[in-house]
Ligand binder design. Structure first.
Ligand SMILES: Cc1ncc(COP(=O)(O)O)c(C=O)c1O
Length: 321
């Protein structure tokens, strides 16, 4: 399949960092669309999950991190010697860390102190300067600290701000949506996706509505403020991220963490895939929708697999972490 990138080749003369990044471009995106065949009854409804962990850093955020860094290097807002700076609860941070290491860009990340040990270990191994922020203040607290760091030393940092950076949704507009459209040969009727920054849902929605305005977009959020769906935001309590546009989704459905854990176990038994809680939550809402339809083709994403969630998995599967 062809690659869909939201930029043109930089040529060789631009900068060593850009050259290094361009060498990686073809390894980003183009993830498989996996048919979920054993978990719903109606054969006239097709269900697919896009295996987004099959990218650098093991998550959907490879697309976003790559395009944010590349564009910033290209347009000069991330200059030589400046730190790339952002807040992340994990996936974006790990993806940044990999591309920053390759392109020799220093990276400062603000993260809530309660992120999983696996994430801390990876970032440590990749020599990231991590600023841990109070756990109880969550992603917003990490974002506030990043903003402060930028305002204290504006010349030292490029603040990528994935929550407002247009490269975020544009990555999904140009890449994720186009890939799904080609992989389903234009047959997709519904897209289901959890809302973190909102980039996936907004980008896919914008592109799909251009291609066929009958395609329905279902955004997901956790059912309560306190939840175990890492990567998702509870819109009512946290407010909408800047990237998220409510017009992008035809409906917003709530998912309970416990229900996601049940589906996570069922998915292992029925399809042999071990995914993250939020990926399972995407599937929970997708299967509920499949039960309501007479026919259709529903696509969701699995943003990451289980490998960064050892402690949660040990509880779900009842083994020693
Ligand atoms: C782990 C994880 N990261 C990211 C996302 C999507 O986030 P965004 O809205 O930032 O595209 C999700 C959504 O399901 C997720 O589960």
């Amino acid at each position: 399949m062809t690659a869909h990138f939201s930029y043109e080749s930089s040529g060789k003369a631009d900068s060593p960092a850009l050259e290094k990044l361009d060498e990686l471009a073809h390894y980003i995106g183009n993830t498989p669309l996996f048919p979920i065949t054993n978990m719903h009854e109606n054969a006239k409804v097709k269900v697919f999950a896009k295996l987004e962990w099959q990218q650098f850093g093991g998550s959907v955020k490879a697309r976003v991190a790559f395009n944010i860094i590349r564009e910033a290097v290209k347009n000069g807002s991330l200059g030589n010697g400046q730190h790339l700076l952002d807040a992340s609860t994990g996936n974006t941070g790990i993806a940044y860390a990999i591309f920053a290491a390759v392109a020799n860009i220093p990276l400062t990340l603000c993260m809530p102190a309660n992120v999983t040990e696996e994430r801390k270990n990876v970032l440590n191994a990749l020599n990231v300067n991590v600023v841990y922020t109070p756990s109880h203040l969550g992603p917003q607290g990490a974002h506030d600290v990043a903003k402060q760091i930028k305002s204290d030393k504006p010349d030292d940092f490029f603040f990528a701000d994935q929550y407002s950076n247009a490269q975020n949704w544009q990555s999904h507009y140009h890449e994720t949506a186009t890939e799904i459209w080609e992989q389903t040969e234009g047959q997709v009727t519904h897209f289901v996706g959890g809302i973190g920054t909102g980039g996936t849902v907004v980008g896919v929605s914008k592109r799909f509505k251009e291609l066929n305005d009958q395609i329905k977009i279902i955004g997901l959020q956790p059912s309560s403020e306190v939840h175990g769906l890492d990567g998702w935001v509870h819109l009512k309590s946290a407010g909408s991220p800047k990237v998220f546009d409510h017009k992008a989704s035809d409906s917003i459905v709530e998912v309970e963490t416990e229900d996601a854990h049940k589906v996570l176990k069922d998915l292992v038994d029925n399809e042999g895939l071990m995914v993250s809680p939020s990926s399972a939550a995407n599937l929970k809402a997708t299967l509920d929708l499949a039960d309501q339809l007479d026919e259709g083709t529903i696509v969701t994403v699995f943003p990451d697999d289980a490998s960064k969630y050892g402690e949660v998995m040990s509880r779900i599967f009842n083994y020693q972490a």
